[in-house]
Design a protein around this ligand. Structure first.
Ligand code: SF4
Ligand code: SF4
Length: 243
């Protein structure tokens, strides 16, 4: 495939030829040798920097001078809907900064980043994103430090690192709504409210719930975050039944 696409680039039909990557640093080391890439698209945000070893991947492409396109700068919205504690840390330091602006600026402040992709659901979010980049200033050392502290708070809450990409759902023979289950479970972890876990879990139809999992493991193969999905679903179900 690389050879064929490289030909199209030589013919001028492709301007920038790069790749998008979810995997281990070891595999990335192999991929970067395959071609003289114009860019690498990596999952880079201040939480995944450590959680999924994003810094190792970033360093590999950075050393080769390959420009970086960032995906998931706000971790599928996870860095927008901060817990009370994480939000308090942000506001105590930067009261005028929104979580989205903070996360986008963090990603764009890394060296060699040429593009930051961000999913937007409405016009307000689009306007906010445009404003962030129109007057873009890279983050200071102090701001980076605060981002690290927020990341530590988030990690201490025991949330599931699901980005809601839904790749797992493409292969689940039981039609379990895995990202929705993990999302409501994360809210429960942040709020520690068993009542909310129960209420929100029951908004899912019976067929979408975790207890239908047959542990076939197909979803695991499709999860870019390498989450042990069947085990996590079992945990959610257990906590729901206790709630
Ligand atoms: S292990 Fe469970 S959640 Fe995963 S694909 Fe199989 S049935 Fe679906
Ligand atoms: S594939 Fe993994 S990260 Fe994506 S929605 Fe499913 S559990 Fe979440």
């Amino acid at each position: 495939m690389v050879e064929e696409l490289a030909k199209l680039k030589d013919e001028g039909l492709i301007k920038y030829f790069g790749f998008s990557f979810h995997g281990t640093p070891e595999i990335l080391q192999e991929v970067v040798k395959d071609y003289n890439w114009d860019f690498a698209q990596l999952q880079v945000n201040y939480l995944d920097w450590d959680v999924v070893k994003a810094h190792e991947q970033y360093n590999i492409v950075q050393e080769l001078g390959i420009p970086v396109t960032v995906m998931e700068p706000l971790r599928g919205g996870g860095l927008v809907n901060l817990s009370e504690k994480a939000m308090a840390k942000l506001k105590e330091n930067y009261p005028n900064s929104s979580p989205a602006e903070f996360g986008l600026r963090w990603a764009a402040s890394q060296k060699n980043v040429v593009t930051v992709l961000s999913g937007m659901s409405n016009l307000t979010q689009m306007k906010e994103n445009i404003a962030t980049f129109e007057n873009f200033t890279p983050m200071s050392e102090e701001e980076i430090k605060v981002a690290d502290e927020i990341a530590k708070i988030i990690q201490s809450q025991g949330e599931i690192n699901c980005t809601a990409c839904k790749y797992c759902m493409e292969v689940c023979p039981k039609g379990i709504n895995i990202p929705a289950i993990f999302s409501l479970y994360n809210q429960y972890k942040v709020t520690n409210s068993a009542f909310h876990l129960k209420i929100y879990y029951e908004t899912l139809s019976e067929s979408e719930r975790a207890n239908n999992c047959i542990k076939c493991g197909l979803c695991n193969k499709n999860c870019p975050q390498n989450l042990p999905i069947p085990d996590l679903l079992a945990q959610v179900q257990k906590d729901y039944e206790k709630a």
